[in-house]
Design a protein. Structure first.
Length: 460
């Protein structure tokens, strides 16, 4: 365990130095990757990460004070490092705790988790910015007159580090540290996907980044730098077609390339544009992860609404909607349609004599028999209790009657605890200008007549 925490400390120091390489003003860089590592460490390890991060904050403050030759004693450097660590850790710890609790809540959804993370990242990064700048002023590392020009780039850089790199660092830390406080299973269960396909898309991203940033470099106009926002399109494409893991990796790679090119091409005059672009593209891409899951949730909800949970045939709501569509189509194209209403004979007796479990089994068996004899265009739905509706688009009365007779005879072969099941049917063919309510009423009246005649037959 000690080895892992030493690794975290060394990684934190290395990542901090990586951010310093693209520093374009005192205490502000194009992005601040260590903010993402801090947030992810607190997300995965909770309070266990505080010692390593606080040690890193003190060490880096002492190093920075010596590097910039600040007139501070060693004790003053340590105190300044402690204040910096406190200002840097506390807001991110509170934000990570909020995300961690939400992820453990049984009713949470991936879209909710992602949106909450984006909001928390922006808010906590701003609080960290205010607190850290205040600590720098208090410890004489930053002049009060420089606060105004430092505040915004500091905040945007920290926010970029959190939004872009927290997902990537979180995945790495979960792999390295046991007993993580958060799980990413809901984002990783679908696997990785095709590396070859991802490479092609990332190649397009890289070409787009290089082209747009060369345009800004060669033209020298501030307007040309805004072309980088076209990258949002390709990243949304990746987010909606690739796994969340690949999405996070491609996002980190694109952001790193933007940061390096800003430094190499000397685009510091446009740096705020690229800072905002990284944040906007990252937020857009992360929310794109939720799109397939939103689609899956919608499909699941649609299944619950349109499918009867006991018998797994269509629900009443689905039948009504589908019947209205089919009836309109049949009227328009002069195509026949037949509707059938049926229920089980003496179903209450089965429940009373054999129990509701036997009654449920009877309903399920009837539906299985009926479904096995239907075509893909036919629809069966449970309307309630033991009442069902069959719809036969394209079938005239005689053909539908023969099919229903076969279903009736097959149902009569079902045995529930040695009790024979039977059903009565009412059948009606669609007439000119007739709607669903009208044809359903005629089929229901035909069912009533079949019942009056003793049941186990088809009424017309």
């Amino acid at each position: 365990m000690l080895t892992r925490h030493v690794f975290l400390l060394l990684a934190w120091l290395a990542v901090w130095q990586m951010g310093r390489l693209v520093e374009y003003t005192d205490h502000a860089s194009v992005w601040f990757p260590v903010a993402g590592l801090t947030f992810s460490a607190l997300l995965v390890l909770g309070k266990r990460a505080i010692l390593a991060i606080m040690t890193g904050a003190i060490v880096i403050t002492v190093w920075q004070a010596n590097h910039y030759q600040l007139p501070l004693s060693l004790l003053e450097m340590i105190w300044a490092g402690f204040l910096f660590g406190l200002a840097h850790i506390l807001p991110y710890w509170l934000g990570a705790s909020l995300i961690g609790r939400l992820s453990q809540h049984a009713s949470h959804s991936a879209p909710q988790l992602i949106v909450t993370f984006l909001v928390v990242a922006a808010v906590t990064a701003f609080i960290v910015t205010v607190l850290v700048i205040s600590s720098l002023v208090v410890t004489n590392q930053l002049d009060v007159s420089d606060v105004g020009k430092t505040l915004l780039p500091f905040w945007i850089g920290d926010m970029a580090g959190v939004i872009v790199l927290t997902p990537l660092f979180t995945g790495i830390l979960i792999y390295l540290f046991p007993n993580a406080h958060i799980s990413l299973d809901e984002f990783t269960r679908e696997g990785l996907g095709s590396l070859k396909r991802l490479a092609k898309k990332m190649g397009l991203n890289i070409a787009l980044i290089i082209a747009t940033m060369l345009l800004a470099y060669l033209s020298g106009t501030p307007e040309s730098s805004f072309a980088i926002f076209f990258l949002a399109v390709t990243h949304m494409w990746i987010a909606c077609t690739e796994s969340p893991v690949f999405n996070v990796v491609s996002l980190a790679a694109s952001s790193l390339l933007i940061v390096l090119l800003v430094h190499l091409l000397g685009l510091m005059d446009h740096v705020m544009v690229y800072q905002f672009a990284i944040n906007v593209i990252a937020a857009n891409a992360l929310f794109g992860i939720a799109v397939p899951q939103l689609k899956a949730y919608n499909q699941e909800l649609e299944h619950l609404v349109y499918t009867d949970t006991l018998t797994h045939v269509s629900s009443r709501q689905y039948m009504v909607q589908q019947a209205e569509v089919e009836i309109a189509r049949c009227h328009q194209h002069k195509v026949p349609l037949t509707l059938v209403v049926f229920d089980l004979d003496d179903f209450k007796l089965i429940n009373d004599q054999h129990g509701h479990i036997a009654g449920d089994k009877a309903l399920q068996s009837v539906c299985e028999v009926a479904k096995s004899m239907l075509s893909k265009t036919d629809v069966i739905a449970r309307f309630g209790g033991d009442e069902f509706v069959l719809m036969f688009p394209g079938l005239r009365f005689s053909a539908a009657f023969n099919l229903v007779e076969q279903i009736r005879m097959a149902i009569h072969q079902i045995l529930i605890d040695e009790t024979t099941v039977s059903a009565s049917f009412g059948i009606a063919e669609l007439q000119a200008k007739e709607d669903f309510i009208s044809i359903f009423h005629r089929a229901d009246q035909a069912l009533y007549r079949a019942k009056q005649k003793g049941g186990n037959q088809i009424g017309v």
